[in-house]
Ligand binder design. Sequence first.
Ligand code: ZN
Ligand code: ZN
Length: 385
Amino acid sequence: MRCDHCAQDVPDGAFCTRCGAHQGTTYTAEKAKTREHRYAAHPGEHVAQPSIFTTLFPHLGHHKIHEFRWAFIAGLGGVLVLYVTGLITAAILVAAFLVPVLYLVYLYEAQVYRDEPALVLGFTIGGGIVVGIVVTLFERLIYNPLQYNPNPLSGATVSIGAVLVLGLVVPIIQEALKPIPAFFLPNRADFPETVDGLVFGVAAGLGFSLAETLVGFSSALTSLPPHVAPGNWIYDLATLAIFQPLLQGSTTGMIVATIWRFRRGRLARREIGGVVMAVVAHVAFSSGTVVMKDAAFNPLFILVWQAAIVGTLLIYIRYLLHYSLLEEAAHMGFAETVCANCHMHIVASGFCPNCGMALSAAPTSIRRGRRPRAEPATKSKKTAT
Ligand SMILES: [Zn+2]
Ligand SMILES: [Zn+2]
């Protein structure tokens, strides 16, 4: 079959295995080529779907995604149970560790680090934790409004200065420092793809988030009796377990992905927009939270605000990743492999001809199992469309 878009001879299929274009559809040429209705890392979804796991955990296959989703929901359930029974200290700890631990399991599961687990994990999650400890301790030195208050939503009037420091200066400092560990990864040349950069950035951001929570709540963790009245902690716990780690992971993932794109010499408007977006979103998240807490807004509004910002960030990351995967699909040579998304046995180069998944986002074990084929097969094992 000859692809309508890149004019290469490719195996039959709904998608071109070389350029990823959607074949033989009624879409316009541009739409079939960019195929935003088929997100390259997880073709079952549209690019503009604010899904957490298919965005920040792009190497997971179809079934694994559900396992991670359930583990996340179970973790949140655990936080809720601890909260209801008044075990706030334990709830804070579970909330702080939930997403970073899931990410560690994901890195292991997909073997994103290939042959160098210690080095990669040390420079991403480990580096993020170190930066998080240093930055959070420094923040507390210059400004400490987070002194433990039994009911975090009452009292404690926040000044303009606090809004400026917490809502503007701190987020900008954090965004400047969080990508540093991933940037200095010694064997980064072994991980040329943008999807690798994204994952390393998310890992560094989650390490940072973990350290930030533990240091920021250290006084609460040490001074709270193990068992207290639940109070209003549930809102803070939701932020700690869900929105803060997702914000810190997404912003750094986006910035490190941009650094990776820059290394490939592909720095365009979308990437620079990503860095701007990361900083603006973080400032909006923090300043909005400080101002609304100060004005004693309904805490549910604060959570909705945080969710809206995180959702927007996720969609931006998906656009960034989708176009990177489409552009970076180097010809890997035709090989027999199994698609991580649709589990079909395929003969493919860069994309699954059946579902259109970008095979550079496949787990390492599947990439290693590729059996090269010299000639482009005239027909893949699936039935021709
Ligand atoms: Zn093509
Ligand atoms: Zn597939």
